[in-house]
Design a protein around this ligand. Structure first.
Ligand code: HDD
Length: 708
């Protein structure tokens, strides 16, 4: 081959290896993949078209089973940085090396909906963190709610069948407001505490970035000496904990069903990295039985008044995935993934999860080798004697695939304790008797539901009442509704009576105690042996979102309304104030073409009144300008933005000189006597910004009777 031909060939190969040229799955450069090979241009397709066959066969197998629960979600990369040495309690390096950065991959999700369902369903949110530690992957697979529906993993398939779309008609999608869910819940009083949380605003978060996360179960920390300390894990968001209004949630689902997903990805792409502090509640092993509740019961939390949350580190999410399928869809979280220094408690829900997740990943990802997928690989290359199986991507060398061996010099040998080897924390269970059942304190079904409800502010209690009324009004079977109301009398009589009236069943007058009452047909008597416990604590501050600190307007999206003729100085003033506080000014105009300011400057709007919506914004404001105000006052969609923002208890700001616009809103007609701190009529940008920082003026609902 001549020299220049050789060079040409080399260039071609480089192109291939650089990934610029389409290669078939076997590495053949492809010249045409848009026309099938045919016998003549109008003739039948030919069987020999191996390239078309490969493309089609691959396409036909693109989908893998979606997750049986938590199918809808998204995930991003980040780092966890430890700020407090926990070696007194654990030998896990991830919790003892202060300042070290551990990579993480974090997936947020809803539970009930299918993979394509909308983000703002009333639902629990999954909060899964995979820590890629020096000592292996540690998966903390939690939720944004600190307790769970059921106490035993054996009930989980029933719970999931009940909440998913009904089997005879596959309805409703991503919603618990239907007969089968409430049938199950009404027969499962242990779910009462969780139901209070899911009917609260926690189940409709403003953003993944504004949710708390909880490991839910009690785990164990184990130190170098083998001493055990019980632990609960908490994630506290730096942006505070915030939710949307229910009416708003239902509208967000239509306006932007990817609302949470988009919000998370955009914030990272814009450099606004979401952060959470990692907190722990620690209980010395000797104090295991000192509480009114059982530490192993996942329907109970440890009130922060009893054991405060200690902050030990911070997680920052700072990188979006490159490929959704390869990373987000293929990531396989397993609560069984723990590292030396962390151990399981005997929580019967956790014990079942240890089995279920690895099993589901083998099914979903099709092979026991699912940890070979790049997103699941631990930091260090794995050496062991697990062999073969579908999609084995490693090529083990040498002869020895067994242990002990001499042919491989004894390698890979087992890690001694001094080399970090995992050992299970010893626990004496020699006297145990095999039983199916649960411990005494597990029969307290209501005391923490009561604690939660009593800890809510007035507007939060109202939201729970309204949510329960909505959900149960969608139930067609009267006996289910009646049973739920009876259960609610055990939590709060006023709540039970309110709901009863709304859903058209008899108003209860006394607490329905379970003792001596007939167990409903079809129910398990064990689920009805409630043994109430009087809790020493009557309220817990941390349980109410109303008590959570309001942390400014960072990353909040504020619609600033403009049209031709808008006043330059006022616009500049408001936008720069919003930006200087870390907020985002979204310029909203009647159309997408550039707006000409009064001073003749051309400004490009971000959104229009017809492609955006008030429910996708945190607050709205209008800037003065004779001509622009006139235009906007004649734009019904613009008026609707303000009316709706007001209804959803958001901050609404009117510049001085925008009275003509204000007069068009229904606010002017109806609310003049209900102007609150969220309605800023004097164009004071600072006042407006502090109103946005307050998140919502929820009291507006009561004062104004707005159905938010
Ligand atoms: Fe689960 C997924 C959280 C109880 C069985 N669960 C899943 C995910 C989260 C949780 C966040 C999504 C993981 C991801 O992002 O890929 N689950 C919880 C919490 C629970 C809980 C906080 C109680 C405290 N789960 C639970 C039980 C079982 C399962 C009791 C079964 C015995 N969960 C599964 C599963 C899933 C799952 C079927 C579906 C897809 C997957 O695991 O990877 O195995």
């Amino acid at each position: 081959m001549k020299e220049n031909e050789k060079t040409k060939k080399l260039e071609e190969y480089t192109l291939y290896s650089e990934g610029k040229v389409t290669l078939s799955n076997t590495g053949v450069p492809v010249n045409d993949e848009h026309h099938t090979l045919k016998a003549g241009k109008r003739g039948p397709s030919l069987l020999e078209d191996f390239l078309m066959k490969e493309k089609m066969a691959h396409f036909d197998r693109e989908r893998i089973p979606e997750r049986v629960v938590h199918a809808r979600g998204t995930a991003v990369h980040g780092v966890f940085k430890l700020s407090k040495d926990m070696s007194q309690y654990t030998r896990a390096k991830v919790l003892t090396q202060v300042g070290a950065e551990t990579p993480v991959f974090v997936r947020f999700s809803t539970v009930a909906g299918f993979r394509g369902s909308a983000d703002l369903a009333r639902d629990v949110r999954g909060f899964s963190v995979k820590f890629y530690t020096e000592e292996g992957n540690w998966d903390l697979v939690g939720n944004n709610i600190p307790v769970f529906f059921v106490q035993d993993a054996n009930k989980f398939p029933d719970l999931v069948h009940a909440v998913k779309p009904e089997q005879d008609n596959e309805m409703p999608q991503a919603a618990s407001a239907h007969d089968t869910f409430w049938d199950f819940i009404s027969l499962m009083p242990e779910a009462s505490h969780m139901i209070m949380w899911t009917m609260s605003d926690r189940a409709i978060p403003r953003s993944y970035r504004m949710m708390e996360g909880f490991g839910v179960h009690t785990f164990k920390l184990v130190n170098e000496e083998g001493k055990v300390t019980f632990v609960k894990f908490h994630w506290k968001p730096k942006l505070g904990v915030h939710s949307v209004a229910w009416d708003e949630a239902t509208k967000v689902n239509g306006k932007d069903s990817d609302f949470h997903r988009r919000d998370l990805l955009n914030s990272i792409l814009e450099g606004n990295y979401p952060e959470w502090d990692l907190g722990v509640q620690l209980v010395p092993q000797e104090d295991e039985h000192k509480f009114d509740f059982d530490l192993l019961d996942p329907t109970k939390l440890i009130p922060e008044e009893l054991i405060p949350v200690e902050i030990i580190g911070t997680m920052t999410l700072n990188r979006v995935p490159n490929n959704f399928f390869a990373e987000v869809e293929q990531v396989a979280y397993c609560p069984s993934n723990i590292v030396p220094g962390i151990d399981f408690s005997n929580d019967p829900l956790l014990q079942g999860r240890i089995l279920s997740y690895t099993d589901t990943q083998v099914h979903r990802l099709g092979t026991a080798n699912f940890n070979n997928l790049p997103i699941n690989q631990p930091l260090h290359t794995v050496h062991n004697n697990r062999r073969d199986g579908f999609f084995q991507t490693q090529i083990p060398t040498g002869k020895a695939n067994y242990s002990p061996n001499t042919l491989g010099d004894g390698c890979p040998y087992l890690a001694k304790l001094s080399e970090g080897g995992f050992v299970t924390a010893p626990e004496s269970i020699d006297q145990a008797v095999k039983v199916r059942g649960k411990s005494e304190k597990f029969f307290d079904f209501f005391s923490q539901a009561i604690l939660f409800y009593n800890s809510q502010s007035e507007y939060e209690q109202q939201h729970i009442k309204d949510a329960l009324s909505f959900e149960l009004s969608k139930v067609n079977t009267t006996s289910i509704k009646e049973r739920m109301v009876k259960n609610l009398t055990n939590i709060d009589m006023d709540l039970a009576q309110y709901v009863a009236e709304k859903i058209g069943v008899d108003k209860p007058t006394e607490i329905y105690t379970f003792e001596n009452k007939a167990v409903p047909a079809g129910a398990d008597p064990a689920d009805f042996q409630a043994k109430p416990v009087k809790m020493s604590l009557t309220k817990s501050k941390a349980l109410s979102m109303a008590n959570q600190p309001k942390k400014g307007i960072k990353t909040r999206e504020i619609g600033v309304f403009i049209a031709d003729g808008v006043d330059d100085a006022s616009l500049e003033n408001l936008v720069s104030k919003i930006k200087s506080e870390g907020g985002k000014a979204i310029l909203v105009a009647p159309k997408l073409s550039d707006v000409k300011t009064k001073g003749g400057k051309m400004v490009t709007p971000d959104k229009t009144v017809f492609n955006h919506s008030s429910v996708l914004l945190d607050a709205v404001a209008i800037v003065k300008g004779d001509e622009s105000v006139k235009t906007l006052a004649n734009t019904p969609e613009a008026i609707h933005f303000f009316d709706e923002a007001y209804t959803h208890c958001k901050a609404v700001g009117f510049d001085l000189g925008t009275e003509a616009f204000f007069e068009e809103t229904h606010l002017s007609k109806k609310i003049k006597s209900f102007i609150d701190e969220g309605v800023v009529l004097d164009g004071d940008a600072d006042k407006f910004i502090s109103a946005v920082a307050g998140h919502r003026v929820w009291d507006r609902e009561q004062a104004r009777k707005v159905p938010s």
